[in-house]
Design a binder for this molecule. Sequence first.
Ligand code: DGT
Ligand code: CA
Ligand code: CA
Ligand code: ZN
Length: 578
Amino acid sequence: MENAQIADVFDEISAILQILGENAFRVRSYQNAARTVRDMADRAEDLLSSGEDLKKLPGIGSSIAEQIDEIVRSGTSHRLTELRGKLPRGFLELLRVRGLGPKKAKKLYDDLGIKSLDDLEQACKDHRIRDLPGMGVKTEEKFLENIGRARENVGRMLLRDADAVFEAFAEHIETVPGLQRFSAAGSRRRRRETIGDLDILLQVTDRDAAINRILTFPAISEVEAQGKEKLTLILNGNLNVDVRFFEADEFGAALLYFTGSKAHNIAVRKVAIDQGYKLNEYGLYKGDKRVAGNTEDEVYEVLGLDSIAPELRENRGEVEAAAKHALPILVDHNDIHGDFHSHTIETDGKQSIEEMAQAARMRGLDYLAITDHSQAVTIARGMDNKRVEKHAEAVRKVDAKLDDFWLLAGVEVDILKDGSLDIDTDILGELDWVIASIHSHFDLDEKEMTQRLLAAIETGVVDCIGHPFTRHLVTRGPISIDVDTVFQACRDNGVCLELNAQPERLDLPDVYCHRAKEIGVKVAIASDAHKATDLDYMRYGVSTARRGWLEPGDVLNSLSTKELRKRLVRKPGAQRWR
Ligand code: DGT
Ligand code: CA
Ligand code: CA
Ligand code: ZN
């Protein structure tokens, strides 16, 4: 359980309380709790298990402390589930619209009876928003512009959030009597960046006993369907789970079927039919005889296919590659030797250089780039030229004390509107690792945006483009660029593309990882950690890289410190990479 997830619960509670018009003091107490938990250096879960008293923390009273305990123990908050039930269904989706917070949502409901994205869209079109106090024609236009984006992921949850619920549920399922096999399936197993619902398969000796046990899971808010084959549950009032039961001989075929994707299933079934087999969720059959079904591998093997990793199962050529024994050997967590993006208290991080280094080391990494923000990001107290130099010196001082670990002195420098960099290039040239990122003017047209990136790429001092599409999975679409032109420029100038592993970004998106590989650009996977525990986001970067077919050689993180040092040597006047 990550602190961010606990904080999200409190943020949502405070949003609902505001919408319900509850007293401001209670609203604020949840906001404060959210902030405290989000910014804590240690995991609340770890503090609790080592017997610490959370009430000692600022903004945490006994009620909040109890709620944290509940969330950590059961993965659920009864308070939140109950509050969600007080709003019309679909109402909270309004908060996905950029620029629409709880206060405005309440006003829209009170004054215009708006209860859903559809209502909001209609009200914008009828020009009813502009007359509300505190809103205007601009607000109306902005809402209209952002509704489409808000709709895209409606009913879908970030993988990280679904993982948290799944992991708590999985622990519970482990206690099921007579449990023989158990696996996640569906989009969660394929590690898609967002999840519609959870799919879980079980093989047990006694289904009734298993169901009885499963139904005692505290986060279950509703049982939608209950039968011998399938259980459909709603967890925490907002996440559906399908639990399905299968016998030993069927389990592999079922896992294949319910892992999907649908498009992958259709492609595999076609291979089966072409060879005179029949394939369904119960097995692979020749006539009436089941010839495979116990494991997925067995089914693939009979069909002459190599085993296909779940992350690849999107019918993007993996079935053909499996038939030709030409599947990629995917990058794996063990290939990751270091992390290329992190922040400290110098800008908007929560921990010191030393703490970040120790945390990276404890996670088995050999190097970490410290890349605090440049001055354009004023809300993050970004650094000017002088501070960049001083901070780099401080990083190198810490690095000098660390044996067998390399702390790269770097920066995340803003790419300004015109494509120039926010820090002098001769200063950037002295650093070990320079990420150039866009954090403003997201809506330039494709031509301008492409030029902007090309200008940065061609400076000769940039190592990596940070979160290249600047997308945010809930609130912000990607910038528009001529992808091939930008990627080719990266290749020709020896600039990497970052795969930012923050669960709400996952940027490069999987399909562009694949494109980067085709064009021949290296990908640097990076946690963009703002505190030690964020370093664990690396795993979301790795799974996205796997979905993009990347092999260890496509990923800069697979280099040892020695190899990386060699590659980062800058020759005066020459491009950065060899
Ligand atoms: P989600 O839940 O929207 O994130 O995505 P999935 O992939 O988990 O989809 P879901 O939960 O609707 O179904 C789970 C798997 O079951 C899906 O990946 C493939 C399989 N499946 C579902 N419906 C069909 C279908 O109509 N045909 C085939 N071939 N497979 C299906
Ligand atoms: Ca699903
Ligand atoms: Ca499902
Ligand atoms: Zn950053």
